[in-house]
Design a protein around this ligand. Structure first.
Ligand code: G4P
Ligand code: NA
Ligand code: NA
Length: 193
């Protein structure tokens, strides 16, 4: 097991409905030393990529993205979730459906902060069905930028997102891929990488 898998086993809690709670170290209280280790690991895994910007989505992607950004020495742009329809035309927009929360969000990024010169690393905390990621990818594409890679902390390997994104040809790196988990026993099985 790597450092993140070990931490998930130690402090993660498996809830009913295939939900993994990691809010003591990842997406509520945040362990910044752990984030820093994640940043170093992503820097290693994307060593060959020429990245000049990190893109993530609010809320819980932001903290991780900021610490990862220190390792790449680049700025972070986060996509904002917006209930209102912005018709200004000064934003890139994608619709993101959340299976977990059963709602749709418009996700927006200002045209000022993303363009054809951008070589982007997308960062997020979770990958489940991949709707959030597909929204971010479509925003980078709309901007004329290039998705150089995608870095995820925890991928739920039994949901479809990872397979879909890899089949599209993206370089996707997940630090922990949960193959299965059991709420009764608390057992978590990771994919060998
Ligand atoms: P998808 O984007 O991959 O399609 O995921 P989905 O709609 O299923 O997930 C909705 C939200 O729930 C996402 O956060 C996602 O990160 C999070 N999520 C999915 N599965 C788990 C899980 O097992 N554990 C935890 N802790 N989170 C999970 P969000 O609501 O869009 O954003 P945020 O504001 O929480 O960052
Ligand atoms: Na997230
Ligand atoms: Na989340």
């Amino acid at each position: 097991m790597n450092f993140l898998e070990e931490r998930i086993v130690k402090d993660g809690i498996v809830k009913e409905g295939n939900v993994l709670k990691v809010d003591s170290f990842l997406n509520h209280q945040m362990d910044i030393a752990l984030f820093d280790e994640m940043g170093a690991e992503f820097k290693k895994r994307f060593a060959d990529a020429n990245i000049n910007k990190i893109v993530t989505i609010e809320a819980s992607g932001i903290g991780i993205a900021c610490i990862v950004a220190r390792h790449f020495n680049v700025p972070v742009v986060f996509a904002k979730k917006s209930k209102s329809i912005n018709i200004d035309g000064d934003v890139y927009k994608a619709e993101v459906e959340s299976f977990t929360h059963k709602c749709k969000n418009n996700v927006i990024v200002s045209r000022k902060f993303l363009g054809p010169d951008d070589h982007v690393l997308i960062i997020d905390d979770f990958l489940a069905n991949g709707c959030a990621l597909q929204g971010l990818i479509s925003i980078v594409n709309e901007a004329g930028g290039t998705v150089e890679g995608i870095g995820i902390a925890v991928e739920k390997g039994f949901q479809n997102g990872g397979r879909i994104i890899r089949n599209l040809g993206f370089h996707l790196e997940s630090l922990a891929i949960v193959e299965s988990m059991d709420a009764t026993s608390g057992e978590i099985v990771f994919r060998q990488q």
